[in-house]
Design a protein around this ligand. Structure first.
Ligand code: IFM
Length: 480
């Protein structure tokens, strides 16, 4: 890791750059924080099964308790309220509200989200609800390889729209379908642990179809809020200017970014270079009526941005964003390092200028087809611990690298989309920090802390980090 002295903008400087109606928010997801996996009539998800399989999760961790959010809702929403942010993005656990993935809703599960949404509204915080953040009910046979799952998901969206549609301001249908397909079905790093490599591509289509059915379900329920999808984008380039590296970088861009954004925004799948056509054939030969469902108008586009990707031709070491993936050695390309950037605890390059690249690519690729954009996630994991302040005796967590990450990414996004910026046509409406709390980071277990609030997983004690105070200062000093 190279360390680079950086000078990030102060909260006051950034506050002056924030457009008046720009939403600041924090994000979480149900499976990563709720715990109580066997309480309140909750069913099991593919992640419940996966995390209990030996060797799947770092340190043998499980999310059975996670941050115990189910029992600490008020304490956690107090933290959001005291931050002074506008919006809280959470996800609704499918197996908690509809165990088995079909049929009537589970009253106890619904009651929890009723309480959450009402608490947010009482505190003047705008609820942004994600319907699918990876916890697929285990009973849905075939998971996202089956069209039936997409249909079930549309029905769930209708039922939840009927139930919460009068109070939720923003609905995200599906979170990061790319991660579900790549990590869950192609590489076997996430649930359900399939290693189908290119044969995982139909999963992309089923997830997008699920998004389309969910849009229909929410509109059918006449929800008052705005409806969108969240994709994770990583701007991709070749490790060298060689034809091979360039071609494989184009393929990766297509697999990670474009097959998830183009159908939603342009109503078609992207065409690969001829040499890769056979790989994505299953997508190009689909019934065009599906694309009509997938591309129906949405009100906003959710963008998750963490880091850029550099691709080199040839099989590489077993390395993936979440750790080692043996399946990756079977691919004809690999992820190349970024030695010029400092890295997060996950080893991800810290490269805020590439958020500008991402937004610029979006402006160029989608033009007027791009609805208003919310950055629905951005953040970084670092190992840090609680210390006692020698003077006050208070528990404190110094996390200057997270403040640096957040400040420089927000600055990059604001500059790119400001008048005269390279992505000026992008109507950027907000930024949600991932995440409110340290939490269960999927295959990495509890080893990666992304929170603005430190969680002691043995005692569940919450300690706001310096980055929490920084965001609080930003929210408190912006123009209104
Ligand atoms: O924790 C995840 C989240 O669930 C989805 N987006 C990326 C985050 C960090 O890996």
């Amino acid at each position: 890791m190279t360390s680079r002295a950086t000078r990030f903008p102060s909260a006051e400087t950034l506050a002056a750059e924030l457009p008046r109606d720009f939403a600041l928010g924090v994000a979480t997801s149900a499976f990563q924080i709720e715990g109580a996996t066997r309480e309140g009539g909750r069913g099991a998800s593919t992640w419940d099964a996966f995390m209990h399989q030996p060797g799947r999760i770092r340190g043998g961790a499980t999310a059975d308790v996670a941050t115990d959010h189910i029992h600490r809702l008020d304490e956690d929403i107090d933290l959001v309220r005291d931050l002074g942010v506008d919006s809280y993005r959470f996800s609704i656990s499918w197996p908690r509200v509809q165990p088995g993935g079909s049929g009537r809703l589970n009253d106890q599960g619904v009651a929890f989200y009723d309480r959450l949404i009402d608490r947010l509204l009482a505190d003047g915080i705008s609820p942004m609800a994600t319907l699918f953040h990876w916890d697929t009910p285990i009973e849905l046979s075939g998971g996202w390889l089956s069209r039936d799952t997409a249909q079930r998901f549309g029905e769930l969206a209708f039922l939840l729209g009927e139930r919460f549609g009068d109070r939720v301001d923003h609905w995200v249908t599906v979170n990061e379908p790319a991660t579900v397909m790549l990590n869950g079905y192609a590489l076997g790093i996430h649930a359900p642990g399939e290693t189908l490599l290119f044969d995982a591509l139909p999963v992309a289509h089923t997830l997008l179809l699920g998004h389309g059915y969910a849009v229909e379900g929410l509109r059918g329920a006449d929800v008052k809020g705005l409806v969108g999808i969240t994709n994770v984008h990583t701007p991709t380039s070749g490790a060298t200017a060689s034809d091979e590296d360039t071609a494989f970088a184009g393929l990766f861009d297509l697999l990670h970014n474009r097959i998830f954004a183009d159908p939603v925004l342009l109503g078609r799948y992207p065409q690969p270079l001829d040499e890769f056509a056979s790989l994505v054939k299953p997508l190009l030969e689909l019934d065009s009526r599906d694309l009509d469902i997938i591309s129906q108008p949405i009100d906003f586009y959710g963008l998750n941005y963490y880091f850029p990707t550099r691709i080199a031709a040839g099989a590489g070491r077993a390395v993936s964003p979440d750790g080692d993936a043996a399946a990756m050695t079977s691919l004809p390309f690999h992820l190349a390092p970024w030695p010029e950037f400092a890295t997060t605890g996950f080893g991800w390059p810290i490269a805020p200028e590439f958020l500008e690249t991402t937004l610029t690519e979006m402006a160029e690729r989608y033009g007027s087809a791009l609805p208003p954009v919310f950055i629905t996630e951005g953040g970084a994991s670092f190992a840090e611990s609680v210390v006692l302040d020698g003077r006050t005796g208070e528990r404190v967590v110094a996390d200057p690298r997270r403040i640096d990450y957040l400040a420089r990414h927000l600055e990059s996004a604001l500059r790119a989309t400001a008048p005269g910026g390279p992505a000026a046509s992008v109507d950027l409406r907000g930024y949600h920090v991932w995440s409110l709390l340290d939490n269960f980071e999927w295959a990495a277990g509890y080893s990666q802390r992304f929170g603005l609030v430190h969680v002691d997983f043995a005692t569940q004690e919450r300690t706001p980090k310096d980055s929490y105070r920084w965001l609080q200062a930003l929210a408190g000093t912006r123009r209104r």
